[in-house]
Design a protein around this ligand. Sequence first.
Ligand code: UT7
Length: 344
Amino acid sequence: MAIEIKATGKSVPSTRLTNDDLAKRLATSDEWIRSHTGIEARHIAGGETACSDLALEAAWAALTMALGQEGCEAKSLEEIALTLDIIIIGTATADYYGCPSTACIIQDKLGARNAAAMDIAAGCSGFIYGLETAAGLLSIGASRKRALVIGADVLSRFVDWDDRGSCILFGDGAGAVLIEKTGNLSTGPDKRGLLRTILRADGSGSEHLVIKRGGSRNAFKPGETIETIPHLEMNGRAVYNFAVKAVTEIIEGLLKEERITIDAVSRIVPHQANARIVAAAAKRLGIPEGKFFLNIKEYANTSAASIPIALDELNRTGELHKGDLIMTVGFGAGLTYGGNLIVF
Ligand code: UT7
């Protein structure tokens, strides 16, 4: 049995906010942002667009790709949606607080009546956690065959746009993959699909990336006037140091567990948080930076969406080929971190 990625999709809002646009209202500059992060622009969702709206577009894109493939038994998007057994979305910016889950909203709009649906709260590692969770559920459920794994976030709605230390980093977007349980093997010379995953967390760092208001710890009170919207508070330096260690640890761990060297890996698809984090980890590991796929320049940090958006870009530009071994690696609020090793 193998759990294989069959199709990918993404959705990025059309409104593009450049560093120069930000510099018009903040004490920052294109030069500072580029040199400290590798970011040139980010895409921002319009006021009416919620997390599930972007996620839905990415989901339809993945299902459309699957429909066009040889051997797909479904004849229409409606039919293929009905074949879904699981929908999982990793997000830190759900449509609603706690209930209903964003995955249930997506399930309804897709017409995926046969699918279980749930959200995963693992910050920017949400897609990595979601992929492993979905693969596990497919593996243990004899009748389950197909899952949609989405990473989507609208962090522009939860950043303090007056805080130059954090707001410059984030953009909105969604990415999705359709995975399927097949008769191929996930071990041996012809191994396919998701080979292994490492999931880790260090909750002692939870204060370093936190939206403090609105939850049960710090709920809004009747009559309270709030001065700022609930927003992400970030200790950038602490997250940076954690991230470099996390990326290094996960890459080394996946290679060791799979008993391979980095030469066997075609591409590393890292969470797109800061190009300097990737460069620092690459240097520590002695891996050429070119092995890492980066699109942070255009989209900034789209949180849980960054890895599936990158996978979709690589897939659609023909840079990924069937049989390529790829590695994802990410980190985020929680603090969480992890990575997947996948034969595409
Ligand atoms: O998905 C995970 C999400 N979070 C992350 O990945 C964050 C990881 N951390 C980072 O990427 C970096 O720490 C940042 C990009 C956020 C900040 O870069 P840094 O090199 O760590 O800068 P810093 O916070 O140490 O600040 C250095 C200086 C400070 O000025 P002083 O005190 O030296 O005068 C900041 O006030 O840079 C200043 N600064 C800025 N200047 C211009 C901070 N942000 C800006 C800015 N424009 N946007």
